[in-house]
Design a protein around this ligand. Structure first.
Ligand code: NAI
Length: 421
């Protein structure tokens, strides 16, 4: 379902009219393409909170503010002083990245100041406009944050804003930057269409051998995609009790990336919801994720250095009327990720993270009634829906072989949705 309002506001009369009426002004986002792989604008501006900043000359494509040393309220003055003179000049679809430090449990002044950076980041994200995004990265080890910063400083993160991402430590892993997944196998569930298909395409673009898993009814589409990507199709209902064993059998060399993307909605308010609608959603979106993850880890089918990326939703974080089943299932995914991540890393060398998409333009959201769909699209800082590729690029960053320091994170791909913000 094309976003006609976005196209309209991209024209001069559309811009004029919508501005006069005080309507949202979404900017066409700059996404990654082989022809234009980098952000538009001048070089990245690196600043440090507390050091004086000269007004920017030109239009930096991004500003990275090092606020890791901020330990008290006075230090926050340095955040204002550093960004105030330059924020206006950041190019359209540019980035502001704030680097923070973990909260110190023994120093409540430091913790207050570092927590303040979250409110700052989220507030700036809501006001900055022109397709620009603002995110906070809490660093423990700067070198381990390289893939994260590279992702955020690229057009691949176009629809990720208002996020707080914690990056720990991990040994360095070197890979071909253009094909980081070369020699690796990635299985994506629910990959015949929508977000899953975009994830499969993106991982294949970056060198992975992809396994396109979907229900047997979609086999034609799954096969066509797998053929195009030089991968393989696996017709399997992920709710089958032996799904994990069948995946392990199909991939005797194991897999390196497991993307739990398959998901369904069966919306109805709780008062009208029969048990079957409840359990079918819980089964696809949560129980099968738990079952297959357990089975594959127990069978050692996820290789050392592997990555698991599960798909949550902002409905699981904020709740949504008519979606008690779906919201419960997606919140369950968040719980799974937070609990399993440290153990999976310690016991299997595998990271576990989640993406939480907001309003993404797919068949799932095309089925939403017009007025609710239009509201859903605009209720975020970027005033538009995301595209499947936005979730796919985020998944590819989390699944990157060198992203071992990113673990247990739930990253929203929602244009900083106002829901549950
Ligand atoms: P979609 O409905 O377009 O595609 C889902 C795919 O999963 C389909 O190909 C379907 O056949 C497959 N699938 C369903 N049940 C399955 C099963 N039992 N076994 C194997 N495959 C199965 O959905 P979309 O929009 O691409 O969503 C993908 C994921 O992202 C889902 O988990 C969804 O909940 C989540 N999500 C989507 C959002 C959106 O705005 N589109 C927002 C938030 C989350």
């Amino acid at each position: 379902m094309p976003d006609r309002y976005l196209s309209f506001t991209g024209t001069a009369p559309g811009r004029f009219l919508t501005r006069r009426l005080g309507l949202p002004q979404p900017a066409a986002l700059r996404r990654w393409s082989p022809q234009r792989p980098a952000l538009d604008g001048d070089a990245v501006l690196h600043l440090t909170a507390g050091e004086s900043t000269a007004p920017a000359t030109g239009s930096p494509c991004a500003v990275v503010l090092d606020a890791t040393g901020v330990r008290d309220v006075d230090g926050l003055t340095g955040v204002h002083a550093a960004l105030h003179p330059v924020v206006r000049s950041v190019a359209a679809s540019g980035r502001v990245i704030v680097l923070g430090a973990p909260l110190d449990p023994d120093d409540h002044h430091q913790a207050a100041a570092q927590q303040a950076l979250e409110g700052f980041t989220r507030s700036l994200g809501k006001e900055i406009g022109r397709g620009r995004t603002v995110n906070l990265v809490r660093l423990t080890d700067r070198a381990a944050a390289e893939t994260t910063l590279r992702f955020l400083l690229s057009p691949r993160s176009a629809y990720v804003s208002g996020q707080v991402i914690e990056v720990g430590r991990a040994p360095a892993v070197s890979v071909d930057p253009d094909r980081p997944f070369a020699g690796r196998t990635a299985l994506v569930t629910g990959a015949a269409r929508g977000i899953g298909a975009a994830v499969a395409e993106t991982l294949a673009r970056d060198g992975a051998r992809v396994v396109v898993l979907d229900v047997p009814q979609t086999e034609r589409d799954a096969r066509a995609l797998a053929e195009r990507l030089d991968g393989i199709a696996l017709a399997l209902d992920i709710t089958a009790p032996d799904a994990g064993a069948r995946i392990a059998d199909a991939l005797p060399d194991g897999l390196d990336v497991l993307v739990h993307n398959a998901g369904v909605t069966r919306d109805r308010r709780l008062v009208n919801m029969p048990a079957g609608r409840w359990s079918s959603v819980l089964d696809v979106n949560l129980a099968s994720v738990l079952r297959t993850t357990d089975a594959l880890l127990a069978a050692k089918a996820v290789n050392d250095g592997g990555r698991i990326v599960a798909t949550a939703s902002i409905a699981g974080l904020a709740g949504n009327a008519g979606q008690t089943n779906y919201g419960a299932s997606k919140a369950g995914v968040v719980g799974l990720v937070r609990s399993l991540a440290p153990r999976a890393l310690a016991e299997h060398g595998v990271t576990v993270n989640a993406v939480a998409p907001g309003f993404i333009e797919t068949a799932m959201t095309a089925a939403i009634p017009l007025l609710i769909r239009e509201a859903g699209r605009r209720m975020n800082s970027l005033a538009q829906g995301g595209l499947p590729v936005d979730v796919a690029e985020t998944t590819a960053w989390l699944a990157h072989p060198a992203s071992g320091a990113v673990n247990g994170q739930v990253v929203r791909v929602c244009g900083q949705s106002l829901l549950g913000a």
